[in-house]
Design a protein around this ligand. Structure first.
Ligand SMILES: Nc1ncnc2c1ncn2[C@@H]1O[C@H](COP(=O)(O)OP(=O)(O)OP(=O)(O)O)[C@@H](O)[C@H]1O
Length: 931
C-alpha cells in the first residue's frame, strides 16, 4: 500500500515539480527578455551619450583649432604681445617664409581631420601630404634664395636664421635642402618638384598624367573631379553630422573601398551625362552648322528687353542637308551618298534639259545610263558592283530580310493556303504574260519634265522679317516677364510661314507655367494662333511658334532644285516642304512605307498629294514606278489621266476603287510567289536577280517589276461604299505590301474613327496632319494634340514612322497650272499611246459589278467558296471571312448566294448551315450556269 501511495505521490509530485519548473522557466524567460531589453536600452543610451559626447568634442576641437590658427596668424603680425613674438620666432624657425600661410594650412587640416573622422586613415595620409608639401615649399624657397648657404650652414643655423630674419626655409626646409645638396641646384629642384607632384596626387587622388591628358581633352573635367572629391567629403561630413554612421552597415567595406566605390559611382554618372549630351548633340544634327547662332545671351537683366541680340536662321541650301535626307534613319548609308547620285535625274533637273531623242536610239540610251548610274551606286555603298544593278534605289536596310520571308511565307498561313491553292501553272501563266508584255511593248523612252515648267517661289523680304522677329522676341520676353517668368531668347528660327522663338527659362521656372500663358502670349503678340513646344526635343529650351505676318509659301521648284532632293537615291522620294528652320524635308515613301494624310477641308491635302505625284514624275521612270490614283472627288486627280506612270486611268468610281485595291492585293500575292520562286526576299532582290539572268538567243528575260504607289484622295468616300472590303484590302496591303514594293498614300478629310479605323491606323505608320478643327481630330491622326493649332494652307505636322515627335513643316506648293503643264509635257513627249494594265481594269469592272449588281451576279469567290464549304461540310460565314480575308458583308452575301443555289441550307441561328450538295453536284451546277 505504502508502495502504491509512494508511486501515486511520485507522479503528483513530479507533476507539481514539472509545473513549477515550467513556471520558473517562464519567469526566467521574462526576466531574461526584460534583462535583454534593458541591456539593449542601456546600450542605446550609452551609444546616444557617446555620440553626443563625440559631437561636443568635435565642436570644441574645431573651435580650438580656429583659435590656435588665429593666434598664429595674429602672432605673425605682432598682435599677440610677447607670447606672440615667441610663437612667431619659433614657428619661423621651423618653417621659414611658409609660416605666413602655415596657420591657415593648419586650421584647414584640423577641420578636415575632424570632419572626416569616419575615414580618419585617409584623412591622416592627406594631412601628412599637405604638411610635406608645405615643407617642400620652404625647401624650394630656401634652395632659390640659398640663405644661409645650404652647403656650409649647420642644421640649427637654418632654424636661427629663419627665426631671426623671418626668411629662409626654416629648420625643416633646411634639413631637406641639406640632404639634397649633393645634387646641386637643378637636381634638388627636380626632386622637390616631383615630391610636390606626388603630394598633390595623394591629396587630390588624381593621376597626374591622366590629368594632363584629360585637361587636354576636356578642361572642365578636372574641375568636375575636384568637385566630385569635395562632394564625397561633404557627403561624409553631412552624414556624420546627421548622426548616421555609414559604416554600420558596411562593416566589411574599408574606408578606401568606400571612397573608391563612391568615386566609381560618380564617374559612371558623369560618363552617362557626357554620353547623353553627345547623343543629344548628334540628334540635333548641330543646327549651328546651318547658320544658327546661339550667342544671344542678354548682357544685363534690366536692359535685357531693350537689347535682345537675336539672329535669324538663314537656310543655306547649298549645304547638303543631312537632316532631311536622314529623317527616318540617321544611320542609313544610302542617304549620305552624295556623290552617288542617279545621274539621270540630276542631269535633267540641273540643266533643265532632257534626253535628246534625235541622237539616241531610245532603248540603249536609257539602259546604259541607268545601268551605269546604278552600278556606281551599289559599288559605292556595298563595294560590290555585281550585286546591285537594280534601277530601283530601294532602301535595303529598312526591312529585315528574315522578316519579309516570314511575312510572305509563314505569318499569313490563311493567305498562303488560299493562294497556294492556285496551281503552279497559274503562276507560270502570270510569268508568261509578263514576258509577253515585255516582248510586245517596245520600251518607251521617258522624257523627264524640265523644272522650268514649274514656277519659282516668291522671295521674302529677309531684312524686314528679321527686324520684325527681333521686335516680336522682345515683346515675347516682356510679356513673360510681366507674368513673373524670366526667360532668355536663345534662338530664332524663321520658317516660311512660322517663326520659332527658343526660350530658356531661368532656373526654377516651371515649363507648365509658360504653357499656361499661351493665351496671354497670343494676346500680346496679336497672333492668330501660337503653338508651344515644351521642351523642344533634344534641347534645353522651349519653342514658341508664331505665325509670320506674311505667310510665305514654298514652291515645289525650289525643293526640287535642292541637293537634298537631287541626291536622294529613292525613286519614290518626294519633296514634303520646309521645316521651321527652313531646311528642305525630303521623304522617301519606300521607307514610310504607307502614308496617311488627314486634315480639314482647304488645309492642303490635295496640294500635298499633287506634290507627291509631281515629285515622282520628276524622279522616276514609268518602268520603275507605277501609280494607281483613286479620286472619288473626281476633280482633283483626273488631270493626270494619260501620263505613262498610270496603271489604270484615274479611278473616280468608289465601287471600282475597291476593285483596284483588290487587284493590288492579288498583285502583292503574285509578287510574293514570284519572290519565293526566285528565292529572293523583296522587290529589290527580285529586280536585281532578274537583271542578272542570262538568256539564250531568242528568249526574252523576265521583266523587272515596278514599285507601285496607290494614292487615295478621300478615304471617307470609299469607306461609305464598301467599308469592310476597303478596310480589308488596305490592311492587307499595309501589313504585307512593303517588301512587294506596293505603297499606299491615303488622304481623308474626316479623321473620324469610322474612316480611319484602328486597324488602318495601326498599319499605316507614317502620318501627315494638316490643320484640323479640334484636338480630338488631331489625336485621331497623330495621337497627340497640335494639329488644331496649325494655320492651314500647307502648314502641316509631318510624322513619319520612326520619328519621335511630329515636325512642323510648310508643305510645298504646286498649282493646278503647273501640274497641267507637266502633264501636257509628258503626253507630248510620249512616243506611243499610253497602255493601261488590262488586269487592273478587268478586276475593277468585276468589283464594280459585284457591288452594284450583287443581286444578279455571283461573287468572284462564289465557286471557290462553294467548293470550300462542301469540303469542310460546314456553311459558316465566319469561316469564309477568315479563309478569304473578306469582310462580314461580303462573306454573308456569298453565303446567301450559296443558299440560293441550294449548296447550303437556311440559317440555323448561331450554328453553321447544313450542306445540301455534293462536290459533283456543285461542279455540275457551275457548268450549267457557266460559272
Ligand atoms: N503648301 C501650300 N502652300 C500654300 N498654299 C497652300 C498650300 N497647300 C494648300 N494651299 C492653299 O489652300 C487651298 C486648299 O488646298 P487643298 O485644295 O489642297 O485643300 P484640301 O485639304 O484638299 O481641301 P479639300 O479636302 O476640300 O479638297 C489651295 O487652293 C491653296 O490656295
Amino acid at each position: 500500500m505504502a508502495e502504491s501511495r509512494k508511486k501515486k505521490d511520485v507522479p503528483e509530485r513530479s507533476g507539481k515539480s514539472s509545473k513549477t519548473t515550467q513556471k520558473s522557466a517562464a519567469k526566467r524567460k521574462t526576466t531574461n527578455s526584460s534583462a535583454k531589453k534593458s541591456t539593449r536600452q542601456t546600450k542605446q543610451e550609452a551609444a546616444a551619450k557617446a555620440a553626443y559626447g563625440a559631437k561636443m568634442q568635435d565642436e570644441v576641437m574645431v573651435l580650438l583649432s580656429f583659435a590656435v590658427a588665429l593666434i598664429l596668424i595674429l602672432s605673425n603680425f605682432n598682435l599677440v604681445g610677447s607670447v606672440g613674438k615667441g610663437i612667431k620666432w619659433f614657428m619661423f624657425g621651423l618653417f621659414g617664409v611658409v609660416e605666413y600661410i602655415f596657420p591657415v594650412i593648419m586650421a584647414f587640416t584640423l577641420v578636415f581631420m575632424i570632419s572626416n573622422k569616419n575615414i580618419i586613415a585617409v584623412a591622416r595620409i592627406k594631412t601628412a601630404a599637405v604638411y610635406i608639401f608645405t615643407i617642400i615649399l620652404s625647401a624650394v624657397w630656401l634652395r632659390i634664395v640659398n640663405e644661409p648657404k645650404i652647403a656650409d650652414a649647420g642644421i640649427m643655423e637654418f632654424f636661427t636664421y629663419s627665426a631671426d630674419y623671418k626668411s629662409g626655409g626654416g629648420l625643416f626646409g633646411g634639413i631637406l635642402c641639406r640632404i639634397l645638396s649633393p645634387m646641386g641646384f637643378w637636381g634638388t629642384m627636380v626632386v622637390l618638384i616631383i615630391l610636390a607632384i606626388i603630394c598633390i596626387i595623394v591629396i587630390t587622388e588624381k593621376s597626374f598624367i591622366n590629368g594632363i591628358l584629360k585637361v587636354k581633352k576636356n578642361g572642365s573635367r578636372m574641375m568636375m573631379a575636384a568637385k566630385q572629391d569635395y562632394d564625397i567629403y561633404r557627403e561624409h561630413s553631412n552624414e556624420r553630422l546627421a548622426g548616421r554612421d555609414m559604416y554600420d552597415d558596411e562593416d566589411e567595406e574599408t574606408q578606401e573601398e568606400y571612397l573608391a566605390r563612391r568615386r566609381r559611382e560618380k564617374e559612371a554618372k558623369l560618363q552617362e551625362k557626357y554620353e547623353r549630351q553627345e547623343e543629344r548633340a548628334r540628334k540635333r544634327m548641330n543646327k549651328k552648322a546651318h547658320g544658327v547662332t546661339l550667342d544671344t545671351q542678354l548682357p544685363k537683366k534690366e536692359e535685357a528687353v531693350k537689347s535682345v541680340d537675336v539672329h535669324e536662321i538663314v537656310p543655306d541650301i547649298s549645304v547638303h542637308d543631312e537632316y532631311s535626307a536622314d529623317i527616318y534613319d540617321p544611320g542609313d548609308s544610302f542617304e549620305y551618298m552624295q556623290e552617288n547620285v542617279d545621274d539621270n535625274i540630276e542631269e535633267h533637273i540641273e540643266n533643265d534639259s532632257y534626253i535628246d531623242l534625235s541622237d539616241s536610239s531610245g532603248v540603249d540610251l536609257y539602259e546604259d545610263s541607268n545601268e551605269n548610274s546604278n552600278e556606281d551606286l551599289y559599288e559605292n555603298s556595298y563595294g560590290n558592283p555585281n550585286e546591285g544593278t537594280d534601277t530601283n534605289s530601294y532602301d535595303n536596310t529598312y526591312e529585315s530580310p528574315a522578316e519579309d520571308t516570314d511575312i510572305s511565307v509563314t505569318s499569313d498561313n490563311r493567305t498562303n493556303t488560299a493562294d497556294m491553292a492556285e496551281s503552279d501553272s497559274q503562276l507560270e501563266e502570270t510569268e508568261e504574260i509578263r514576258m509577253e508584255n515585255s516582248v510586245d511593248k517596245k520600251k518607251q523612252e521617258y522624257v523627264f519634265p524640265p523644272v522650268s515648267l514649274l514656277n519659282r517661289g516668291k522671295g521674302t523680304d529677309k531684312a524686314g522679317q528679321s527686324r520684325e522677329n527681333k521686335e516680336t522676341a522682345m515683346r515675347l520676353q516682356q510679356t513673360l516677364q510681366n507674368f513673373g517668368v524670366k526667360v532668355t531668347i536663345t534662338d530664332i528660327s524663321c520658317g516660311p510661314a512660322v517663326t520659332r522663338y527658343e526660350l530658356q527659362p531661368e532656373q526654377g521656372v516651371k515649363v507648365s507655367k509658360i504653357v499656361s500663358l499661351s493665351d496671354d502670349i497670343k494676346l500680346n503678340l496679336a497672333a492668330a494662333d501660337i503653338r508651344i513646344e515644351a521642351p523642344i526635343p533634344g534641347k534645353a529650351a522651349i519653342g514658341i511658334e508664331v505665325p509670320n505676318k506674311e505667310a510665305g509659301s514654298v514652291s515645289l521648284r525650289e525643293l526640287i532644285e535642292t541637293d537634298a532632293f537631287k541626291n536622294n537615291t529613292s525613286q519614290i522620294a518626294f519633296a514634303a516642304g520646309k521645316d521651321i528652320a527652313g531646311k528642305p524635308i525630303i521623304a522617301d515613301i519606300a521607307k514610310m512605307p504607307h502614308l496617311l494624310i488627314a486634315g480639314a477641308t482647304g488645309s492642303g491635302k490635295s496640294v500635298c498629294i499633287n506634290t507627291i505625284i509631281m515629285s515622282i514624275l520628276y524622279r522616276a521612270n514609268p518602268e520603275d514606278v507605277k501609280l494607281i490614283m483613286i479620286d472619288p472627288k473626281v476633280v482633283e486627280l483626273s488631270v493626270y489621266n494619260g501620263i505613262p506612270h498610270l496603271l489604270t486611268p484615274v479611278v473616280t468610281d468608289p465601287k471600282k476603287a475597291s476593285g483596284a485595291l483588290n487587284w493590288a492585293v492579288d498583285e502583292m500575292t503574285k509578287r510574293y510567289k514570284l519572290f519565293a520562286k526566285m528565292a529572293v526576299r523583296d522587290l529589290k532582290g527580285y529586280n536585281a536577280k532578274v537583271s542578272k539572268i542570262q538568256v539564250g538567243e531568242g528568249e526574252t528575260p523576265p521583266e523587272k517589276m515596278p514599285q507601285i504607289v496607290i494614292i487615295i484622295d478621300e478615304l471617307a468616300d470609299l469607306m461609305m461604299v464598301a467599308p469592310g472590303e476597303v478596310e480589308d484590302s488596305i490592311c492587307r496591303l499595309a501589313q504585307l505590301a512593303r517588301a512587294a514594293g506596293i505603297h499606299l498614300i491615303i488622304a481623308t478629310q474626316r479623321p473620324s474613327v469610322n474612316v480611319i479605323t484602328g486597324l488602318i491606323k495601326a498599319n499605316v505608320p507614317s502620318r501627315i496632319a494638316f490643320s484640323v478643327s479640334s484636338g480630338v481630330d488631331s489625336r485621331i491622326i497623330i495621337d497627340m494634340n497640335g494639329a488644331e493649332k496649325l494655320l492651314g494652307k500647307g502648314d502641316m505636322l509631318f510624322f513619319p514612322s520612326g520619328y519621335p515627335k511630329p515636325v512642323r513643316v510648310q508643305g510645298a506648293f504646286v498649282s493646278d497650272d503647273e501640274v497641267g503643264k507637266v502633264v501636257d509635257f509628258l503626253k507630248e513627249h510620249m512616243q506611243q499611246e499610253v497602255t493601261y494594265n488590262e488586269e487592273v481594269t478587268n478586276t475593277m469592272t468585276a468589283a464594280a459589278g459585284n457591288v452594284s449588281g450583287q443581286d444578279n451576279e455571283k461573287d468572284s469567290y462564289f465557286a471557290d467558296a462553294g467548293r470550300f464549304v462542301i469540303e469542310k461540310e460546314k456553311g459558316s460565314i465566319g469561316m469564309l471571312q477568315r479563309y478569304y480575308k473578306i469582310g462580314f458583308n461580303r462573306a454573308g452575301r456569298i453565303m446567301d448566294q450559296l443558299a440560293d443555289a441550294g449548296v447550303v441550307g437556311p440559317e440555323l441561328g448561331t450554328k453553321p448551315r447544313k450542306i445540301l450538295m455534293t462536290a459533283e453536284e456543285f461542279e455540275e451546277y457551275l457548268k450549267k450556269n457557266n460559272l
